[in-house]
Design a protein around this ligand. Structure first.
Ligand SMILES: [Mn+2]
Length: 329
């Protein structure tokens, strides 16, 4: 029996399922969570929907988003815990801590770095998104895919493929998206929620971030900063800054784009983006982080200026090591 089949068998047998995903949730994790939960509920199961962190505002409109809870009520237990898009146990934000002995943890993820913390681990780095993996569970398992399920899964795939711009926009992910549209996915609504409903204050924060743009002398590394001061001037937190780093990657000639984001004056989130074969998980991994080949991140302690120096040195060293490899091609 394949891991996918084991996941399906467990879900079929379970009378109750908690669906959850990683902290600092993104569109894929939430779209996959809500899509799976709505389909399992439709199939007659008791479902709970969880994320330890609050949702970024653009995800509040996804169907079923109001069902999400930040923690599992004490005493509330499930036969099965379906963990999506989450590379290790820490990133569940403690949501599995109260599970009963005998509950089955299903770990369904597309991060190559996944630590295989589940009782069943279906890890598929080739999948575009957790949303695509949920689709395959539902289709193969004969679960219903109605309009609200399709809308969530479509949003998940759209987001993790960068609106079908990245290398993970495979024939398979495009076929899955097409099938979801046939199932009634609300294409225009999703585009409006994700890309057409920004708070003007977000653009104030973005404009400060873009004003901080710097490039390395050769123009291959570029970075921006989102400081605590800028966040308080805009009256917004970091959760609205997830895609700011993509503006840096959009610059001609930039191979590694970085956003330094202050959580506090002594804690920094760092986002990395690259294109093609350049693997920024190798860079994020040096600082205890992870992610995908072209989109990764880490958290650092220390002041921004000092941490920035360390990260930029590592980025330069990584590029030099890559160029060495390319010369040998
Ligand atoms: Mn994902």
């Amino acid at each position: 029996m394949s891991d996918l089949e084991r996941v399906i068998e467990t879900l079929r047998a379970a009378p109750s399922v908690a669906v959850l995903a990683h902290v600092s949730p993104d569109t894929d994790s939430i779209g996959a969570t809500l899509g799976a939960a709505l389909a399992l509920r439709e199939a007659g199961k008791v479902t709970g929907v969880y994320n330890a962190d609050p949702l970024p505002p653009e995800l509040l409109s996804l169907p079923g988003a109001s069902d999400l809870r930040r923690e599992v009520q004490s005493g509330q237990t499930y036969a099965c815990y379906l963990v999506l898009d989450t590379s290790n146990l820490e990133r569940t934000g403690g949501l599995l801590s109260g599970r009963p002995a005998g509950a089955v943890v299903l770990n369904v993820d597309h991060h190559a770095s996944n630590s295989r913390f589940g009782d069943v681990n279906w890890v598929e780095p080739e999948a575009s998104s957790a949303g695509e993996m949920v689709y395959r569970i539902l289709r193969r398992g004969g679960f219903p895919i109605g309009k609200t399920v399709a809308t969530n899964l479509y949003a998940a795939i759209l987001a993790d493929t960068g609106s079908f711009q990245y290398g993970n926009a495979t024939p398979e992910s495009l076929r899955v998206a097409a099938d979801l549209v046939e199932c009634g996915a609300a294409v225009e609504d999703v585009a409006r929620w994700l890309f057409g409903s920004r708070d003007p204050r977000e653009w104030h924060l973005l404009s400060e971030a873009l004003a901080s743009l710097r490039l390395s002398r050769d123009g291959r590394v570029a970075w921006i900063e989102v400081t605590c001061a800028a966040q308080s001037r805009a009256g917004l937190g970091l959760e609205v800054s997830e895609d700011f780093v993509n503006y840096v990657r959009a610059i001609r000639g930039v191979e590694i784009a970085i956003a330094f984001k202050e959580v506090s004056p002594t804690t920094l989130k760092v986002s990395f983006r690259s294109r093609g074969g350049l693997d920024v998980t190798r860079l994020a991994g040096r600082f205890g982080g992870g992610g995908h080949r072209n989109a990764a991140g880490c958290t650092l302690s220390g002041e921004l200026a000092e941490a920035r120096t360390r990260v930029l040195e590592a980025a330069e060293a990584y590029l030099i090591s890559e160029w060495g490899m390319r010369n040998a091609d």
